[in-house]
Design a protein around this ligand. Structure first.
Ligand SMILES: Nc1ncnc2c1ncn2[C@@H]1O[C@H](COP(=O)(O)OP(=O)(O)OP(=O)(O)O)[C@@H](O)[C@H]1O
Length: 366
């Protein structure tokens, strides 16, 4: 039996909603964003179409989708760098389009940004990078130094304060990026592919830090990424963007374990590794002559007893030949592939009984 391994990153420990206060931090209502076509004959690009979204204060909210789905545009609308073609964007209750540039700047002051390529000043030290937004905000030198020391301590880089960014690893650079984003004590942090330039180990380190930013400082985090394991590791809720539309929103467990739309299922695809790959299936077929059936394991109490009893009742021999169960938001998720042997009619009746009982099963194709 092959055993699945979970993601390299530990899943979030808190169940959905525990530390979320419930009030809305960011709201998008019927937002369209159409870019004029590039060049004289350019065709206008609808980057976002009728997007409705609610991000609660204190949660980690993930936005996933293929390249070009509209993720960056969505983030730029939230920080007021783009304005919607129609619809409304509200941040902390402020409707951004109604504010004008000055008001938007005020709102932006309460938003930190973290970027894929870190965007650090190469000519400044680590401390100088973190101090920069404080200087812009007009804080005095003593207060700046106090805050920079506190932030560098928080991200574990106090001993690197006088180094320059090129002396740091990618993960350390991103930790400086996060310290800088937090310097003005924002209540909202927007992370744009914050770990996409990092290796898996460093990704875990940065995600651990983002989780502390959320839990210890109570900062709402909006994370856009195409990396499903990142969402799985830190997000409470997630929205799936497909060609400019939000096709699904919900807790990470619900969206990943029970996608409701074909588009979300396609994107989430094999991330849960709850079915054997075609290559594994071919190997299984070579050594097992019975019918192969995969049962999706979700948080259904008593389902294994029901399985065992049904197979027994119908005198079907069931042997697990592949599978694994891991955790997502503290709830079980996975798949078990059985080789079923017995008269064809008995196997069919057992499968029908299980399906009628709500068991999610797939007979693997020959
Ligand atoms: N300033 C712009 N002018 C014209 N078209 C744009 C502009 N910005 C984005 N687009 C288009 O809008 C669509 C969505 O782009 P966006 O960058 O938001 O997607 P994304 O999901 O962030 O993709 P990626 O992961 O590749 O960054 C794309 O078709 C893109 O070409």
């Amino acid at each position: 039996m092959s055993t699945e391994t979970g993601p390299a990153i530990e899943p979030a420990q808190m169940p959905d909603g525990v530390r979320v206060s419930g009030d809305v931090h960011v709201r998008l209502e019927h937002v369209d964003k159409i870019f004029p076509g590039r060049g004289r004959r350019g065709v206008p690009q609808a980057a976002l179409k009728d997007v409705d979204l609610e991000i609660r204060r204190g949660e980690v909210f993930g936005i996933i989708g293929y390249s070009g789905a509209g993720k960056s545009t969505l983030l730029r609308l939230i920080n007021g760098l783009e304005v919607p073609s129609s619809g409304q964007v509200l941040v902390g209750g402020h409707e951004l389009t109604a504010l004008g540039e000055r008001g938007r700047r005020e709102v932006r002051r309460d938003i930190g940004m973290v970027f894929q390529q870190f965007n650090l000043f190469r000519s400044r030290t680590v401390a100088g990078n973190v101090a920069y937004p404080l200087k812009v905000a007009g804080l005095g030198r003593d207060e700046r130094e106090r805050r920079v020391a506190r932030l560098l301590d928080f991200v574990g880089l106090l001993d690197r304060a006088h180094d320059h960014p090129e002396q740091l690893s990618g993960g350390q650079k991103q930790r400086v990026g996060i310290a800088r984003a937090l310097a003005t004590e924002p209540s909202l942090l927007l992370a744009d592919e914050a770990t996409s330039a990092l290796d898996p180990e460093t990704t875990g380190e940065v995600l651990g830090l983002l989780r502390r930013v959320n839990r210890d400082l109570g900062v709402t985090i909006v994370l856009i990424t195409h990396e499903l394991d990142v969402i799985r590791a830190v997000a409470d809720r997630v929205a799936v963007l497909d060609a400019g539309r939000v096709v699904e929103t919900g807790s990470v467990y619900d969206v990943f374990a029970r996608p409701q739309t074909e588009a979300a299922a396609r994107f989430i695809g094999t991330t849960l590794r709850d079915r054997p790959s075609p290559a594994t299936l071919a190997r299984l077929r070579a050594t097992h002559s019975g019918r192969l059936v995969t049962v999706r394991v979700r948080d259904q109490a008593g389902f294994q007893t029901r399985l065992a009893r049904t197979f027994l009742d119908h005198q079907v021999a069931a042997e697990i030949v592949f599978g694994g169960i891991s955790e997502l938001q503290d709830r079980p998720v996975g798949g078990l592939t059985f080789e079923l042997t017995g008269p064809d009619g008995a196997v069919d009746t057992a499968l029908a009984a299980l399906r009628a009982d709500g068991v999610d099963l797939i007979e693997e194709p020959e």
